[in-house]
Structures are given as structure tokens and as C-alpha cells.
Design a protein around this ligand. Structure first.
Ligand SMILES: *Cc1c(COP(=O)(O)O)cnc(C)c1O
Length: 383
């Protein structure tokens, strides 16, 4: 089976974890500080503040920016639930708006959704591809809105050479399946001294100095063990991204022109980090479409994933939520019905892209033959 993601942690990670275990210091300490320094360098920001998860990063940033009840935050209709739930956790309202063919926030839809209560825009750099930060940063600037980047899937991605997480306040995740993985963990990037300072206080029970509790905070600290798992991965991350890029380019080359498939098309000025390689299957969810392709690929030993099968407003937790407001999102709905992620990751073997592409062509080809037969069309050679 070619798995959709496969984490291979080498001897450097084992050594790094062992040295933390032997140090006797398990909570936020020198390893977390070293990870923060390395991460700030990756993102070209003055500060990086480690937290306990990507979700904690989002909630902490919104809180540090003073966003709460009465405010509204613009979130893409097509993303992981945590993007919206982080906003709801602060007491603010969520405004769900449509995305574009790049799977990320559509700047025109954002412009139309901005109102008097809008406090922030949250672009999500989905699948490791940067959102249209030219237009979104311009909009945020013009309307005086905070830009909170959900970069949980996009460590090191760049838009016109500039790293994501450096346009506004960046929120990253080290969940087990992300490009940089600790099991659990998160990071915030910012150039703003005040925001970095508030985050450091908020993540540690609001404590400024020993027993000096300045604000009501939380426990959003990262453990030394989590930092020890990520730090060695960060040192070799460029190589991992290169491998993902090469696999994605190879898949695109092999799958080009496949009928029924729309391949991921990333603009030349954007460097995606290929957290996922996501195609769109034209037949929708039906018997000849996305779900049939996923089932067929499984039979051929190729795992796939659907990120995400529904738009946020379609989930029980958001459908009737009084603080979730959903604008029409026809593109997001179409993507939810047609997206399928194929394996691209550090542990793929040479030849795997060929196996994956061959299986896709075979399954779609068989479906195409069935479709033509059921329409009484016997193929191009019949006369
Ligand atoms: C993973 C993810 C999160 C949440 O990160 P956790 O570390 O799992 O809390 C938020 N947004 C997006 C887009 C994600 O993919």
C-alpha cells in the first residue's frame, strides 16, 4: 500500500528526544527556545512563539490581537474546522466566504464580505499553497484589518519569495501529519513586539513574572519533548520540501491530459510546500467520479484522502450556530464534491509516482469505458 502520509523519524530525532529525557527538563525550556529561533528564521520574522497546537496558536493570536465578542472574522468556507472554531472560541463571529480555484480565500468574495464589525481576515494556505497574499494583504491594509494567516499546512511556503506567516500573524501546526510533525504542537510568527510579548504571557497562565498574573491566560506551552522531535526535522526541512516538489512535478507530468481530472496548478510566483497533492475529479461524488476513483485506487494499493468532503457551513456544529454566518460558496461546494489528495510525502519511494499515476489512469480509463458503453458509444474506431 502506498500510504497518503508516512512519517519517518531518523536517528537525529531519537538522539534529540533522548537528550531532553536525560536533561530532566520536560516543559518549555532551551529546546523550545532553539525551535523558536529556527522557525523565525524559516519564516523571516523577528519573533516565533511556540504553543501547544495549531489551534492554540490561532486562539492565542486572535486573543492577543484583542478580537472577541462583537467582532467578525472572515474565514474560508473550505478549510479544516479548527480555522473557524478558533474564532468561535474567542466569542467572535465567523463569516464564511468562498474560495477560488486555488482552494484559498477569494479576494473578491472577501471584499464583498467586509463590514463594520470585520476585525480580521484569516487566509488559510491550504495544502501548503499560499493564498493570494497580494490582494488579501492589500484589502486588510485598506480596511485596517488584522491578517491572521492559518499556515498550519504551509511551513516554509512562499508568495513572491516571501514566506507565509510573515504577511500578518502566522499560525502553524506540528500535528502528527503536518510537514513538520511533533504529534502535537504549534507556532506563531510575528514582527510585532507587543503581540509576541502578549503571546508569551498568555501561553503561561497570563504570568508576567513569578506569581505576577497580569491577564487571565491559559496553558498553551509546548513541551521540550515536542520541540526535540521537530528541531532536527527543521534542520533538514529544505530537503523534504525539495522531495515533495519533485514528486508533485512528476505526478503532474505523468497525469497531464488525463480525461476527467483537473491537476493542481500553482502560479509561478508561488512556492508551495505540497502538504497535499490535490486533484479535482470532474464526475463529482457519483459512481463515475471522485468516490469511485478513491475506491478504485485503494484496490490498486494507493491510499487517498478527501480534504475536505464538506464546506464548514455543512457541518452540524456550524449549520445552526448563531455566530456562524455563511455567504454563498459555490466554488467551495464544488471543491468539496470533487477534491482528492494523492500521496506526496518524504517517505515515497522512487517509482511510486509512476505507480500512483498508472493506477489513476487505469481506474479512470475503466470508468470512462463503462460510461461510453452505457451511452451506447462504442469508441472512436466504430463507424
Ligand atoms: C491542522 C490544522 C489546524 C489545527 O492544528 P492542530 O495542531 O491540529 O491544532 C488548523 N488549521 C488547519 C488548516 C489545519 O490543517
Amino acid at each position: 500500500m502506498i500510504e497518503l502520509s508516512d512519517l519517518v523519524l531518523g536517528p537525529e530525532v531519537e538522539a534529540s528526544v533522548l537528550s531532553v529525557l536525560r536533561s530532566g527538563r520536560l516543559s518549555q525550556g532551551p529546546t523550545v527556545a532553539a525551535l523558536e529561533a529556527g522557525f523565525a528564521e524559516l519564516c523571516g520574522t523577528r519573533f516565533a512563539v511556540a504553543v501547544s497546537s495549531g489551534t492554540a496558536a490561532l486562539v492565542a493570536v486572535l486573543t492577543a490581537l484583542g478580537i472577541g465578542p462583537g467582532d467578525e472574522v472572515i474565514v474560508p468556507a473550505f478549510t479544516f474546522v479548527a480555522s473557524a472554531n478558533a474564532v468561535l472560541a474567542t466569542g467572535a463571529d465567523v463569516r464564511l466566504v468562498d474560495v477560488g480555484a486555488d482552494f484559498c480565500l477569494d479576494p473578491d468574495a472577501v471584499a464583498a464580505a467586509i463590514g463594520p464589525r470585520t476585525a480580521a481576515v484569516m487566509p488559510v494556505h491550504l495544502y501548503g499553497r499560499p493564498a493570494d497574499m497580494d490582494a488579501l494583504a492589500r484589502l486588510a491594509d485598506r480596511h485596517g484589518l488584522h491578517l491572521v494567516e492559518d499556515a498550519a499546512q504551509a511551513h516554509g511556503a512562499r508568495h513572491r519569495g516571501r514566506p507565509v506567516g510573515s504577511f500578518g500573524t502566522g499560525c502553524f501546526s506540528f500535528y502528527a501529519t503536518k510537514n513538520l510533525a511533533a504529534g502535537e504542537g504549534g507556532m506563531v510568527t510575528t514582527d510585532d513586539d507587543g503581540v509576541a510579548d502578549r503571546l508569551r504571557v498568555l501561553r503561561n497562565h497570563g504570568m508576567r513574572a513569578r506569581y505576577d498574573y497580569e491577564v487571565v491566560g491559559h496553558n498553551w506551552r509546548m513541551s521540550e519533548l515536542a520541540a526535540a522531535v521537530v528541531l532536527p526535522q527543521l534542520l533538514t526541512y529544505d530537503g523534504q520540501v525539495e522531495r515533495r516538489r519533485a514528486q508533485a512535478a512528476r505526478l503532474t507530468e505523468l497525469l497531464a491530459g488525463t480525461p476527467g481530472l483537473v491537476l493542481p496548478d500553482v502560479a509561478a510566483h508561488q512556492d508551495a510546500v505540497w502538504h497535499q497533492y490535490t486533484v479535482r475529479v470532474k464526475g463529482g461524488t457519483g459512481a463515475m467520479g471522485r468516490d469511485a476513483l478513491a475506491a478504485g485506487l485503494r484496490e490498486h494499493g494507493v491510499a487517498t484522502g478527501i480534504y475536505y468532503p464538506r464546506v464548514l457551513a455543512d457541518h452540524a456544529c456550524h449549520r445552526t450556530h448563531p455566530r456562524v454566518h455563511a455567504d454563498p460558496a459555490p466554488v467551495a461546494e464544488q471543491l468539496a464534491a470533487s477534491c482528492l489528495s494523492l500521496p506526496v510525502h518524504a517517505a515515497l519511494l522512487p517509482g511510486d509516482p509512476e505507480t500512483i499515476a498508472g493506477a489513476v489512469r487505469e481506474v479512470l480509463g475503466a470508468a470512462g469505458r463503462r460510461r461510453r458503453a452505457s451511452h451506447g458509444y462504442a469508441g472512436p474506431t466504430a463507424s
